[in-house]
Structures are given as C-alpha cells and as structure tokens.
Ligand binder design. Structure first.
Ligand code: HEC
Ligand code: HEC
Length: 444
C-alpha cells in the first residue's frame, strides 16, 4: 500500500488554518496535531464551516440562562463540557487507571432487558440510556462509574510476556434509586478524523460485504438502527457497535447524550420522569443548538483528514497482517461516493482498515448489552487508519471499546470469537514478525 493512495485526496489545508500549537520541528501530520488537519480541497465556504465547527468542538458549553446565549444549555445532566474533553486532539479517550479516578473521556451506556421504541436498547426508567455522572448546580449527577482492573499476563509460545488488564465496572453513589437488572457498556471515545469518508461509504457496499464469504468463518453483519433524521431504520456505521447511521445524527446524539444539549433532531431533554430537578431546570433557548451549529460541528469532524500512512520499513509486516487474517475484517479498501469534496480528485477508494461491520469478538470482550442487532459479543471492526499516532496526540489514549488495551499488541491479544484464528496465528509468529506486523498496523 503506497501512501500516495491516501494522499490522493486527503491533503492538508494551508498552514494558516493550523492551531498555533503546532510543535516546532514536528511535521503537522505527526505529533499532537496529527488528527487536527483539514482535508485538502475545501472551498471558501467549507473552510469557514471547518473553522466554525472547530470552535464549537472545543467550546466549553455553559449552563442556561447565560449571557453567552449561543453556547448555553449544558446539562442539566451531562458527562463533559465539550466535545474535545472526550476526543482530545480529535483522537480517542482513555479509561481511568482505577476506581478512584473519574471517567474523563469515557461513558457508560445503560439499558434494561427488552427493546426500546425502535427495537433499540430499552432505557432504564430512572437513569435513561447513558449514565450522566455530572449535574449542573441543583441537579444531582446520576452517580459515579468506577472501573477497577484485574491484572493478567499473557505468555507467548516463544516465552515473551504481555501484561493485560481486565475491567470491572461498578456504578456507585446512585442518586435516583437502585438499578435493577441494568445492562452496562463502558466505552471510550473513538477518534473522529476520517468520519466524513466513512459516512460516504454507500450502504450498498456494506450490504454486499455482509454477504461475502470470507476465510476463518468470518462473517460481517450490518447493524440496522434507528435513523432519527427520517424516522426509518438504516444501516448503522458509527459507534463501537455501529449503533448510529449517519454522522449528523452521531453529532446530535453526542450533544444531547454527552452534554445535555437539545437540537432539532433531539428536542427532548435527557431527564427521566423521576429526575424532577432536571426537568425543572431552565432550558434557555429551545432547542439549545441551532441547525447551523449542528451542521458546522458535523462538517468539522467530517473534513478532518486522516494522517498519511507511512511506508513500511520492510514488507514482512504487511504480509504477516494479511496472512494472519487481520485483513478479513480490517479491510484495506472501501469505496466512497462523492461527499464533502473528498473524491474531487477522482479518487474513490479509501484505506480505513475496517469493513464497518459487526463481528462476534468472543466472551472476553462481551459487554452484556445488545444494541439493535449487535449482540453482547458483537463489535464493529475498528478502523486502523492513523491509529499509530494515537499516543502522540494523547499520551493516555486507550484501545478497544473500553480502553482496556494500552497498546496495539494488547488489543490484538483480546481478539476472540470470529477473530480467534487470526489471533492464534499472530501469537505463533516469531517475535520479529509479530513486531513487524504491529509496526505495519501503527503505520496505517
Ligand atoms: C463524554 C464523552 C464524549 C463527549 C463529550 C463526546 N463524545 Fe463523541 N463519542 C464518545 C463515545 C464513547 C463514542 C462511541 C459511542 C458508542 O460506541 O456508542 C463517541 C463517538 C463519536 C463519533 C463516532 C466515531 C466513530 O468512528 O464511530 C463521533 C463523530 C463523535 N463521537 C463526535 C463527537 C462530537 C462532535 C461531540 C461534541 C458534540 C462529541 N463527540 C462529544 C464520547 C464522547
Ligand atoms: C473477525 C474480525 C477481526 C479480525 C480477524 C481482526 N480484528 Fe482487530 N478488531 C475487530 C473488532 C470488531 C475490533 C473492535 C473490538 C472492541 O473494541 O472490542 C477490533 C479492534 C482492533 C484493534 C484496536 C482498535 C481500536 O480502535 O482500539 C486493533 C489494533 C486490531 N483490531 C488489530 C487487529 C490485528 C493486528 C488483527 C490480526 C492479528 C486483527 N485485528 C484481526 C475485528 C477483527
């Protein structure tokens, strides 16, 4: 895979757009700003939307009523003040180191057994479908989500060791009564660059891939989820379980679920019937987000460039990746329809290293919380493009849906289910080949 494939259309806007913090001597496509560049070829209107969206992404939202009318509406219940709190540098979040540390870039989805209105998860009557740890003054936050870790060590056939940690989640200090039969799913924030391209992959491509026979009994499935934009079911593609169909809905859902900010798409505040103080808190503007703010924020994430892939130092890594069967799910190529000017150069192939489909990943990764068609063990193949820069952008960035993995190697060792055969081949590689494979992944 030559980097020029991706450079064909994902180039950078001029330096003038870069945040001032670009580090001297570090090219913009590496280092802390690696995920903060705009795709090339934006026209003046798109560049302006990118800048407005960038400001909104970093905006610290305030409690209503406020003099800062345009950015009021935080809460009453929420997880974070800003998008970038959870997606630092447009990258991924991390899990707390222990039960005493708060979740800063991570959240817990909730449900009770059964189905919700559109066949999705059924929210808890008292707590809703997401655990909001924070409340504005006068509104009690829902409680504390605490992660603790059970250490484990994996020993390779060649004797090398890798330390692993298995999460245990507890919800404590519950402010709205006990939770019965609750299903939880703790998820770190994934990175947001490249999502405009993932949004532009036609449904038809995903449906075709889902029918494709693959080695190792690998079979991808589409999630079918609720499209709040047109009130119909749609193919899911965003979120760790592909539980959201389109980028605009993902962003609107984040505004509401993570920050408590209503929009035309989600006009109801996220207060349950027992959360009286939440229901009575002043709302300020209704809805709190205007359509342009939603569109600008979505346009910003949609036009964040994927950092260029690096040329592998030797061909072994790519060969090992393919031969181990990683590429059965982490597909090197998908096609995109023209969108956001992304395929302006006539280029319509992207290299995200995902099929955007759900796979059974085994019991060790199961969360016990079905999400539309995604069962407890099912996860969307995570895109691998740009992943090697995660810790340059944020030193604590985590891997896998709950951030249990601290390295790419740990992430691979947790693979099971349909990925068990690939994991076994990985484990049996010589140490040099294993490192070459991981190096190849880090360079995508
Ligand atoms: C409290 C932390 C938190 C905040 C705040 C937050 N996010 Fe997220 N974001 C997440 C998590 C967790 C997911 C994965 C959700 C899932 O799997 O259901 C996610 C997923 C996403 C995705 C989908 C990425 C993918 O590849 O599937 C996008 C895009 C996104 N967020 C954008 C935003 C925007 C824009 C904002 C601000 C309006 C925002 N997020 C605020 C935690 C957060
Ligand atoms: C059966 C499909 C499948 C195969 C085969 C597979 N993966 Fe994955 N991979 C996934 C899924 C699904 C996830 C997300 C799992 C989760 O978050 O719990 C994932 C996650 C990852 C991650 C972490 C990504 C992130 O964003 O945190 C890495 C790294 C990774 N895979 C590398 C590999 C490598 C290397 C191989 C081959 C040895 C491989 N995978 C084989 C499906 C697969």
């Amino acid at each position: 895979m030559k980097p020029s494939h991706r450079l064909g259309f994902v180039l950078r806007l001029s330096i003038a757009l870069l945040p001032a913090a670009a580090v001297a001597g570090v090219p913009a496509e590496r280092g802390p700003e690696a995920y903060s560049q705009a795709v090339d070829g934006l026209d003046a209107a798109q560049s302006a939307a990118f800048l407005r969206g960038r400001a909104l992404f970093h905006q610290v939202w305030v409690v209503a009523p406020s003099l800062e009318h345009e950015v009021e509406g935080l809460g009453p219940l929420y997880n974070a003040f800003s998008c970038s709190a959870c997606h630092p540098g447009n990258g991924r979040g991390h899990a707390p180191d222990g039960p005493g540390e708060r979740m800063r870039s991570m959240l817990v989805r909730l449900s009770v057994p059964g189905h919700g209105p559109h066949g999705g998860p059924r929210p808890s009557a008292a707590y809703g479908d997401q655990f909001n740890e924070q409340g504005i003054p006068g509104v009690p936050g829902e409680g504390r989500a605490r992660l603790s870790w059970q250490p484990d060590v994996f020993r390779y056939p060649d004797g090398s060791l890798c330390a692993l940690r298995r999460p245990r989640l507890q919800l404590t200090e519950l402010a709205y009564g006990p939770m019965r039969k609750v299903q939880t799913s703790a998820r770190i924030a994934p990175a947001v660059y490249g999502t405009g391209l993932l949004d532009a992959v036609p449904d038809a491509e995903l449906l075709t891939l889902a029918r494709r026979q693959r080695p190792d009994h690998v079979r991808g499935r589409v999630n079918l989820v609720w499209n709040a934009g047109n009130a119909q079911m749609a193919v899911g593609r965003f979120g760790w379980k592909a539980n959201v169909p389109h980028l605009t809905q993902q962003v609107a859902a984040a505004f509401l679920g993570d920050m408590g900010i209503t929009s035309g798409m989600f006009p109801q505040r996220n207060c349950t019937s027992v959360q009286q103080a939440c229901r009575q808190a002043p709302a300020g503007r209704v809805p709190q987000l205007d359509p342009k703010q939603l569109a600008d924020t979505a346009a910003y994430v949609a036009t964040l460039a994927v950092p260029p892939a690096s040329v592998p130092s030797d061909a072994r890594g790519e060969a090992a990746f393919t031969q181990a069967g990683c590429a059965n799910c982490h597909l090197p190529e998908l096609h995109v329809a023209d969108r956001h000017g992304a395929s302006a150069g006539g280029e319509s192939v992207i290299h995200p290293y995902t099929d955007l489909l759900l796979h059974d990943m085994g019991a060790a990764l199961a969360d016990g919380r079905p999400d539309f068609r995604a069962g407890s063990r099912a996860w969307r193949t995570a895109p691998l493009w740009g992943i090697g820069l995660a810790r340059e952008v944020d030193g604590r960035a985590g891997f896998l849906h709950d951030g249990r993995a601290r390295s790419l190697e740990e992430a691979v060792l947790w693979h099971g289910g349909e990925a068990q055969a690939a994991r076994q081949r990985f484990v049996r590689l010589s140490r040099a080949d294993r490192l070459a494979l991981l190096d190849f992944v880090a360079g995508r």
